[in-house]
Design a protein around this ligand. Structure first.
Ligand SMILES: O=P(O)(O)OC[C@H]1O[C@H](O)[C@H](O)[C@@H](O)[C@@H]1O
Length: 547
C-alpha cells in the first residue's frame, strides 16, 4: 500500500465511500433541502452548483482533511511563488503569471517574470492593432482578411475553443482558421478557400519541433511562395509563436515577428500566452485582456479563499472523490449551446495529459485511480445520441453541465428551450424514475397489463448520477477566462492529492518515437522481423494499396 492509501484520511474516505454508494441523491435532498444553497457558490461571475454530487458534510470534511494532510494549499502556494513543482522537467508552473493582472512580482530563479510577460502582451497589442487598423498589409498592399493558426495540442485546442466560445465578440472583417492535423485534407481544403495576398499564418509551437505543425507550415509556405514568387514577402504573412528562437529563425520566419513565451508555461496551459494570438486577432487585444482578467479573478480566489470556501479546491476534491472513492472512470463535460462545443476536447488535453499518470512524485507506481477519462459534447445534441447510457447504463458517470443564461443570438424560444433541457437532464439524472411511477404512468395512458409487465422494467431510471452545474449570465471573455481557470485549478488540486506530476507528459513520447521509425517503412514491403507481426501485417496492407 502507498503512503497515501495507508493514511488515516484516505482510509476513512474508503469506508465512507462504501457507505455513500448506497445513498440516493434524492434522499439527500429530502433530508437536507437546503443542500442547493449549501453546496453552491458564486465566484468570478460563475454560479457553481455541486449539490447534486454524492456528498454530505462528512464527505467534504474528510476530503478537506485529506487535502490538509497532502499539503494541497502549500503546493498551490509553491506554484504561485514560481517554485519548480514540475519536478520531472525541473520547471516552474506559471500560467497564472500570464494573467497576473495585479502585476505583483513573480520570481523564477530570483528573476521577476512580469516585465517579460508584459512586454509580450504589449507587442501582441501593437501587432493586432496594426492588423485591425490596416497598417499591417500583405505583400501586395492588401488588408489581412484571414488568419490561419497552424499548431496542434496546446497550440491549437485552447485558441480554437476560445475563438468559438467568443464568436459573438469577433471583430468584423477578419476570419480565423485552425489547421492542426497532419491529415493532408485539413490544410489542402483550407488553402483552396484562401487568397494568399490577404492571409496571415501564425505558426504556433512551443517547441517548434512538432512534426505536424512544421510539415503543415512548410506546406503553407510553399503554397504562399507559389503565389507571391518572392521570399521577402514571407515576413508580411508568417509570424511565429514559440519558446524556440533558433528553430523559428531556421524555419525562415523573421524573429522580429516572433512572439515568445517560456518553458514555465505548459502547452496545455498556454492559451493565456502569445499562443492566444489568434484570439487577440479575432476579438481584439482588449477582449483578450478581459479573458485574462476573468482567469485572474479565479486565480485570486483560489490563492486567497479559505479552504472551506475555496471553489477549485472543493471541486478538485469532488473529482478525487468520484474517481478514487466512488469508482467513476469518466467525467462527462456537457456544455449547453454550440459556442462551448469544443470545451470537452480542450479539457481532454488539460485533464488527461495532466493527470493521466500512474507513477507518483516519488517514482512509485500508484495503487489508486488517478485522472478520469474526460469526454462529452454539446447539449442538446448529445441528448439525442449518447445520453441513453448516462440514464440507463451500468456505469457511474459524473457530469458537468455548463451554460450561459443569456445569449448574444436571441431568436425565437431557443435559449429557453436550451436551458429547460439542461435542467431537465440534471434533474432526471439525479431523480430517476422508479417502477411504481412507470407503472402508474403506463396505466394512466391506458396500456394493457401484459404490456406494462413486459415493458415497464425497461422504462425504469435508477437516477443517482452525480452532476455539477455551472451557470454564468453571458458568454463574455471574463466568464470564459474564469471557467477555464476553474478547471485548471481543479486539475491541479486532484493532481496534488494523487501526488503526481500534473505538468509533464512523457506518455506522448513513445508513439512519436515509433512514428519516426515507421515513416520510412510506409509504402514499402516490410522486412520480416523489423517490427512486431501485427505492425508488419498492417504495413503489408498499406503497401498493397500504396501508389
Ligand atoms: O506547441 P508544441 O511544442 O508544438 O506542442 C504541441 C503539443 O504536442 C505534444 O505532443 C504535447 O503532448 C502537447 O502537450 C503539446 O501541446
Amino acid at each position: 500500500m502507498s503512503r497515501l492509501t495507508r493514511s488515516p484520511a484516505w482510509q476513512k474516505l474508503v469506508h465512507h465511500g462504501e457507505q455513500m454508494k448506497s445513498v440516493h441523491l434524492s434522499d439527500l435532498f429530502t433530508q437536507h433541502p437546503e443542500r442547493a444553497q449549501t453546496y453552491a457558490q458564486q465566484v468570478a461571475g460563475l454560479h457553481v452548483d455541486y449539490s447534486k454530487q454524492r456528498i454530505t458534510r462528512d464527505t467534504l470534511d474528510l476530503l478537506q482533511q485529506l487535502a490538509a494532510d497532502c499539503g494541497v494549499l502549500a503546493r498551490r502556494d509553491a506554484m504561485f511563488a514560481g517554485e519548480k513543482i514540475n519536478t520531472t522537467e525541473d520547471r516552474s508552473v506559471l500560467h497564472v503569471a500570464l494573467r497576473n493582472r495585479s502585476n505583483h512580482p513573480i520570481l523564477v530563479d530570483g528573476e521577476n517574470v512580469m516585465p517579460e510577460v508584459n512586454e509580450v502582451l504589449g507587442r501582441m497589442r501593437q501587432f493586432t492593432d496594426s492588423v485591425h487598423e490596416g497598417r499591417w498589409l500583405g505583400y501586395s498592399g492588401e488588408r489581412i482578411t484571414d488568419v490561419v493558426n497552424i499548431g496542434i495540442g496546446g497550440s491549437d485546442l485552447g485558441p480554437r475553443m476560445v475563438c468559438d466560445a467568443l464568436a459573438s465578440h469577433g471583430l468584423p472583417g477578419l476570419r480565423v482558421h485552425f489547421v492542426a492535423n497532419i491529415a493532408p485534407s485539413e490544410i489542402a481544403s483550407l488553402l483552396k478557400t484562401l487568397d494568399p495576398a490577404r492571409t496571415l499564418f501564425v505558426v504556433a509551437s512551443k517547441t517548434f519541433t512538432t512534426q505536424e505543425t512544421l510539415t503543415n507550415a512548410h506546406t503553407a509556405r510553399r503554397w504562399f511562395l507559389d503565389h507571391a514568387q518572392n521570399e521577402s514577402a514571407i515576413e508580411k504573412h508568417f509570424v511565429a509563436v514559440s519558446t524556440n528562437h533558433k528553430a523559428v529563425a531556421a524555419f525562415g520566419i523573421n524573429t522580429d515577428n516572433m512572439f515568445g513565451f517560456w518553458d514555465w508555461v505548459g502547452g496545455r496551459y498556454s492559451l493565456w500566452s502569445a499562443i492566444g494570438l489568434p484570439i487577440a486577432l479575432y476579438i481584439g487585444m482588449d477582449g483578450f485582456e478581459r479573458l485574462l482578467e476573468g482567469a485572474h479573478a479565479m486565480d485570486e480566489h483560489f490563492r486567497q479563499a479559505p479552504a472551506e470556501q475555496n471553489l477549485p479546491l472543493i471541486l478538485g476534491l469532488v473529482d478525487v472523490w468520484n474517481s478514487s472513492f466512488l469508482g467513476a472512470e469518466t467525467l462527462a463535460v456537457l456544455p449547453y449551446g454550440t459556442r462551448l462545443g469544443r470545451l470537452p476536447a480542450y479539457l481532454q488535453q488539460a485533464s488527461m495529459e495532466s493527470n493521466g499518470k500512474s507513477v507518483d512524485l516519488d517514482g512509485q507506481r500508484v495503487d489508486y485511480a488517478t485522472g478520469p477519462v474526460v469526454w462529452g459534447g454539446a447539449g442538446t445534441n448529445g441528448q439525442h445520441a449518447f445520453y441513453q447510457l448516462l440514464h440507463q447504463g451500468t456505469r457511474l458517470i459524473p457530469t458537468d453541465f455548463i451554460a450561459s443564461i443569456r445569449t448574444h443570438s436571441p431568436i425565437g424560444e431557443q435559449q429557453a428551450m436550451l436551458l429547460a433541457n439542461m435542467l431537465a437532464q440534471t434533474r432526471a439524472l439525479m431523480l430517476g424514475r422508479g417502477l411504481d411511477a412507470v407503472v402508474a404512468e403506463m396505466k394512466a395512458a391506458g396500456i394493457d397489463d401484459e404490456t406494462i409487465a413486459r415493458v415497464s422494467p425497461h422504462r425504469v431510471f435508477l437516477g443517482n448520477q452525480p452532476s455539477s452545474t455551472i451557470l454564468f449570465p453571458q458568454m463574455t471573455p471574463e466568464a470564459v477566462g474564469a471557467l477555464i481557470a476553474l478547471y485548471e485549478h481543479r486539475i491541479f488540486v486532484a493532481g496534488a492529492i494523487w501526488h503526481i506530476d500534473s505538468y509533464d507528459q512523457w506518455g506522448v513520447e513513445l508513439g512519436k518515437q515509433m512514428a519516426g521509425e515507421l515513416l520510412p517503412a510506409i509504402g514499402k514491403a516490410p522486412v520480416a522481423g523489423s517490427f512486431d507481426p501485427s505492425t508488419e501485417a498492417l504495413l503489408s496492407t498499406i503497401h498493397k494499396h500504396w501508389v
